[in-house]
Design a protein around this ligand. Structure first.
Ligand SMILES: Nc1ncnc2c1ncn2[C@@H]1O[C@H](COP(=O)(O)OP(=O)(O)OP(=O)(O)O)[C@@H](O)[C@H]1O
Ligand SMILES: [Mg+2]
Length: 420
């Protein structure tokens, strides 16, 4: 549509008759209101009686707010003043008022310019929408690829050996479980989180050059290369992250470092066996949080039962699922006026492994050998090896190496490769 602004009634009548389907206004206010409401307007013809200032104002407004609107200025004399006014204010054309053919041609040109602008805008909107759609599709595909990669990534299992009492046999169970898993062909890393008096290294006769506190030097970047540099080698399949050798070690690994260590180890080995200190501290919680299995250890006596009862109710309260717990009853043959049966009932847990008190346990510790290696025929060794198989079975075939000698080999050598 075309809008006309012309105060002179006769002139306005001529213009309106000439431009079919046009609307005409005598004053700028009427025109202004019309343009704001008619989005399909493509041309404004400013009649020859309209003052130059009014015409300039209108054209300047249109230049900013409606660039698709062609403003055509009609003047009785198309002189340099009219042309410069049109140029300054961004009018499309200046036509002599008597040049009727020129006026209709200018309006036709305004129509085609408006439709070209409209088409360009439409193309741009469609192109932008297409780009946005493509970006969303690419993001979805990337997220799916990341999720798939995470799902496909080898995922070692974390087993935390825990109790809230000292001296009950946690380190005995952790070291023997670690050695039994490794001897079964599974790459395993024992992590000694008893940072104040850990004795995993001593029990396995290892002399660690670097310990868990060396994580501090990594400044939070704890990756496979860094971890490999702090591991102490026990056998092809068994590594140890030892507890600090010196108690006055100035820098203690933070709980954040320990979390990153356990997460990274999952990708490096089949099993991460964590030995804890016997306290519900941040380090223990950090390991428990990441555990696929929690091995609770207690000895057959009232103080240990009381401590375990407290530990299990706390674990329950913290929503650690009972299905992920295993219970090892140590010194189950003790004659202390409390039967294993009563113990289990009070604790509401059946022992998954029972160990007897035996001199060989201490003898093996003194030799710096795991019981399962030093005395393979000992009832405790048999029970611990059977327990390690039960652990593997519980954790399922998802544990790399389970029942598959080729992948066992590759996961074991993956660890060895990263050592250097
Ligand atoms: N069944 C057993 N027969 C004989 N000695 C045992 C038995 N179980 C554990 N011990 C001995 O008891 C001591 C404590 O065992 P261990 O270090 O495994 O317990 P812990 O729970 O790790 O203790 P801590 O809380 O101090 O780390 C060790 O000297 C160990 O050899
Ligand atoms: Mg211990």
């Amino acid at each position: 549509m075309t809008a006309i602004l012309e105060p002179d009634a006769a002139q306005r009548g001529v213009l309106q008759a000439m431009l079919h389907g046009s609307v005409a206004f005598a004053d700028p206010a009427g025109l202004d209101e019309h343009i704001r409401s008619a989005a399909n307007e493509f041309a404004v013809v400013i009649g020859p009686s309209v003052a130059s200032e009014t015409a300039a104002e209108l054209a300047q407004w249109a230049r900013v707010h409606r660039p698709d609107l062609g403003v055509i200025l009609l003047r009785y004399d198309v002189d340099s003043a009219a042309l410069s006014l049109a140029l300054r204010s961004g009018m499309r054309e200046v036509v002599a008022a008597r040049d009727l053919a020129g006026i209709t041609t200018a309006v036709a040109r305004a129509r085609s310019v408006a439709s070209a602008i409209g088409q360009t805008l439409l193309d741009e909107v469609q192109a932008a929408a297409q780009t946005a759609r493509a970006e969303v599709a690419a993001e979805v595909a990337q997220a799916a690829a990341v999720a798939q990669a995470e799902a496909d990534a080898p995922r070692g299992k974390v087993i935390t050996v825990f109790s809230t009492k000292g001296g009950v046999g946690k380190s005995l169970v952790a070291t023997n479980l670690g050695v039994a898993l490794a001897r079964g062909g599974h790459s395993t890393c024992l992590v000694d989180l008893d940072v104040n008096s850990g004795d995993v290294a001593i029990m396995l006769q290892l002399t660690p050059q670097r310990t868990i506190n060396d994580l501090v030097g990594f400044n939070g970047v704890i990756d496979a290369e860094g971890i490999a540099s702090i591991l102490t080698h026990h056998s092809d399949n068994l590594m140890v992250v030892a507890a600090p050798v010196r108690l006055d070690s100035p820098d203690q690994a933070s709980v954040d470092d320990i979390g990153k260590l356990l997460d990274a180890l999952r990708a490096m080995v089949d099993f991460v066996v964590v030995d804890t200190s016997g306290v519900f501290d941040d380090n223990a919680l950090c390991a428990l949080d990441r555990s696929d299995l929690i091995v609770l250890v207690g000895t057959l006596d009232i103080p240990s039962l009381k401590a375990l009862k407290l530990a299990t109710s706390t674990l329950d309260m913290l929503n650690f699922p009972k299905a992920t717990w295993k219970f090892v009853l140590n010194r189950a043959d003790g004659k202390v006026g409390l039967t294993a049966d009563e113990y289990e009932k009070t604790l509401a847990l059946k022992a998954d492994c029972s160990l007897v008190s035996s001199r060989e346990v201490l003898a093996a510790v003194n030799r710096g050998e795991a019981l399962v290696s030093a005395y393979p025929g000992h009832p405790n060794s048999k029970a611990l090896v059977a327990f390690s198989k039960d652990v593997i079975e519980t954790l399922g075939a998802s544990a790399a190496g389970e029942g598959d000698p080729s992948s066992r080999k590759s996961s074991g050598s993956r660890l060895r490769l990263r050592r250097g």
